[in-house]
Design a protein around this ligand. Structure first.
Ligand code: PLP
Length: 733
């Protein structure tokens, strides 16, 4: 971005970012004293630093809210008077100065964990490729947990001082917004991102085109095809987003990267070529020389092929080139069911990659073998298989997932025993500063130390958690619960006044939710294996639990179905329909449009977080970790991370952990176990109060959960493991 002009620019015409670069003039009317607000707004560092968020909040609270907490948009709409007032307000200036100095210290810190602990081990950054990144709501380029993990890793990399560049997509329409009809049908609404109002910056204006940034040329068909690059600043590190909506491309090419996860396989293979091949070329064009290449899931595996091609072009034989690439490549697999892996029919591979095997110096059969799971008769090209073969450093995302992965991929390493399949595991974690509520973060700072945000993985914190007074912890929890219910009621009100929703919709949106009722939350993608309907297995039984006169229970659901996943949409309709059943007395709610913004409210504001995947189907899961750090207890099947996280005292495990071979039986026994836990343990513990209304037993369990879970299931622990177990070995020549 251009440095903000010190004089006041009075021209009200809004120039585009391209315009700004051409004119090298900022359109913002920022007084010099607070001139760095623009720089701050354009680095998403602000999004995980509470004081920086506060700065924008106090600058203009209504606009902060109306902009959806997007300071780039906020700054564009703010009045000159407001700026002038802020520039002379000593309280604001005090906060401004302290935020700017924290920002500068973070940007230039030579004493980070990485530079102190592992100086000079990486010649270049880690290149981290992912189909989706969830950073902040102002950048809707994610669908679910995979993107959240990628976003959290980038933020943690900046915090730890690890040089990392993310590579992903700038989807102008992003993922859809969800509306639910009165009958429970999901409607998908696609927005159009206003690039001027997103926290993204074009790089290197190219004079002959309107596009900013280097143009990367790819040949998907006979005519050249271009992609442009946007930059997102994330603290010290950068994320580069590829976009095909570039002048010179054909209309359907411009549309290619419009949306995340289209159901059309042909578009998907094209997108994945753009990400993999285009991503490598973009980094080269930017002069970035990664020392380690990390693929987050198989969608980006073409990145490995492109690097093999580069080596062959430089004179290596194919086997030599392959070895070089394998050594420096890390691959993380997240999927646990065969259907979840990205697989392309050979016809599409022939169509889009025929010129590729020539440039690799190999024939079609050798090429196809890279992605075939079952030998020469296999009619599919599997992206996970390709990635497993082209990366020496491979990992699953939880202890249990490693076992599942070994079983699933044993055939690729028939010479070793199943438990020796060369795939290790690093359990996922969450970026705590992103997910902890401001109020909760303050409580931690008060009792665990001002520097707690840098020590969430420190097991030495454990004793200190016990020192937090029960009443303080409970009071903060009550505030967060009130915020959640308030947000839901507000949405219900909007629905009823602005969208002319029917009464039952207003009811299902949570208008009758109650602050003092035990509240269970269930929020995640609607996928059949996650069994959102499990708690309705015996409707009469659930009704008795929910509508108990003295100790009632309420449940809040949220989640999107993939637009092409019809069974999941039916599931959503079923759950929604049950929620509208009057006999539940308004105690079951369904929030529309689950995204990271709503996820914050939910994981911070409910009492219990429910997770009921079919066993061995949840690779890891992270939403329960987000809940725990906010003092919300986890009630889950022992699958994914809960297999290693549950210790008998820090939440509840539904059913036993053995494999169930009959899904119907598994549903029945899990549902019964769930009702038993609710009736015998959870409801009594919650409603057991002292004279002041404090549930000490409950709060003690919350502390045990924070103690035993937060240090282990945070990205700080996780990324340190990636550095030490994967990146450093991969960088070694
Ligand atoms: C954390 C998160 C997820 C992942 O939830 P799981 O329960 O771990 O699958 C999905 N979507 C959003 C918006 C999230 O914030």
């Amino acid at each position: 971005m251009a440095k903000p002009a010190s004089r006041l620019v009075t021209d009200t015409k809004r120039a585009s970012k391209q315009h700004i670069l051409e004119n090298m003039l900022s359109e913002l009317k920022l007084p010099e004293r607070i001139g760095r607000l623009e720089e701050l707004a354009n680095n998403l560092w602000w999004s995980w630093h509470p004081k920086a968020r506060e700065l924008f909040r106090v600058l203009d609270y209504p606009l902060w809210r109306l902009s959806g907490h997007n300071p780039v948009k906020q700054l564009r709409e703010i009045s000159t008077d407001k700026f002038e007032a802020a520039a002379t307000d000593p309280v604001f200036l005090n906060l401004y100065d302290s935020v700017i100095s924290a920002f500068d210290a973070d940007m230039s810190d030579k004493h980070s964990w990485f530079s102190t602990k592992h100086p000079n081990v990486l010649d270049g950054p880690v290149a981290y490729f992912s189909m989706e990144f969830a950073i902040h709501n102002s950048l809707p380029i994610y669908a679910g947990g995979l993107g959240v993990l990628a976003g959290d890793i980038c933020k943690e990399a900046s915090d730890l001082g690890l040089p990392l560049v993310g590579v992903g997509f700038m989807y102008p329409q992003g993922y859809f917004h969800q509306r639910i009809s009165a009958e429970g049908s999901q409607e998908e609404v696609y927005g159009q991102l206003d690039f001027d109002e997103a926290p993204i910056t074009p790089i290197n204006p190219v004079p002959r085109s309107k596009w900013c940034g280097p143009l990367i040329q790819l040949n998907l068909s006979d005519t050249p095809f271009y992609i442009g690059v946007w930059q997102v600043r994330l603290g010290r590190d950068n994320l580069y987003l590829l976009c095909s909506d570039v002048e010179g491309n054909m209309p359907q090419e411009r549309q290619l990267c419009a949306r995340l996860y289209t159901a059309d396989q042909e578009q998907r293979i094209q997108q994945e070529i753009v990400l993999g091949v285009g991503g490598v070329r973009a980094l080269r064009a930017l002069g970035i020389k990664p020392s380690v290449w990390h693929a987050n899931e198989g969608h980006c595996a073409f990145m490995m092929l492109e690097r093999v091609r580069e080596e062959v072009e430089k004179g290596s034989t194919f086997p030599e080139a392959l070895r070089k690439v394998q050594t420096a490549t890390v691959f993380t697999t997240h999927t646990k069911v065969a259907a979840g892996h990205e697989v392309f029919p050979l016809s599409l591979v022939d169509k889009y990659l025929y010129s590729y095997w020539e440039s690799l110096g190999i024939n079609r059969e050798t090429f196809l073998e890279l992605g075939r799971q079952d030998g020469p008769s296999d009619q599919n090209f599997n992206m996970t298989v390709l990635a497993l073969r082209l990366a020496d450093h491979r990992n699953a995302v939880s202890q249990l997932h490693e076992k599942v992965t070994h079983r699933m991929w044993h055939a690729l390493w028939p010479e070793v025993k199943e438990d020796e399949v060369p795939i290790s595991y690093i359990t996922n974690g969450i970026h705590v500063p992103t997910w902890v509520a401001r109020e909760m973060g303050r409580l931690y700072e008060k009792h665990l130390g001002q520097d707690v945000s840098e020590r969430y993985d420190d097991i030495g914190l454990r004793e200190l958690v016990l020192n937090i007074p029960d009443e303080e912890l409970w009071a903060v929890h009550q505030i967060l619960k009130r915020k959640l219910i308030g947000a839901m009621v507000e949405r219900a009100r909007q629905c009823s006044t602005e969208r002319e929703c029917k009464a039952r919709q207003v009811l299902v949106m949570g208008s009758l939710l109650d602050q003092d009722t035990l509240t269970i939350g269930f929020g995640r993608r609607f996928a059949a294996y996650k069994r959102p309907e499990l708690i309705f297995h015996d409707i009469e039984h659930l009704k008795r639990i929910v509508t108990d006169r003295w100790h009632p229970v309420q449940i809040i659901f949220a989640g999107k179905s993939h637009p092409a996943d019809l069974p999941s949409k039916q599931l959503l309709r079923d759950v929604y329909g049950l929620a509208t059943n009057r006999e539940f007395q308004g105690r079951i709610a369904f929030v529309e449009d689950y995204d990271i913004h709503m996820a914050h409210y939910l994981v911070q504001g409910v009492d219990v977080w429910l997770n009921t995947p079919r066993r061995l189907y949840e690779a890891c899961g992270t939403s329960g970790m987000k809940a725990t750090v906010n003092g919300v207890l986890h009630l889950s099947v022992r699958d994914g991370w809960w297999y290693e996280g549950y210790n008998g005292l820090n939440g509840w495990a539904i059913g036993d952990e053995v494999d169930a071979y009959d899904p119907m039986l598994e549903d029945k026994s899990d549902a019964e176990a769930l009702y038993r836990l609710l009736e015998e343990q959870i409801v009594p513990l919650y409603y057991q109060r002292d004279r002041n209304g404090l549930p000490h037993g409950w709060v003690h369990m919350v502390k045990e959960a924070i103690n035993s879970i937060v240090p282990r299931f945070c990205t700080r622990r996780m990324l340190k493991e990636y550095v030490e177990q994967m990146y450093i070995p991969a960088a070694r020549k």
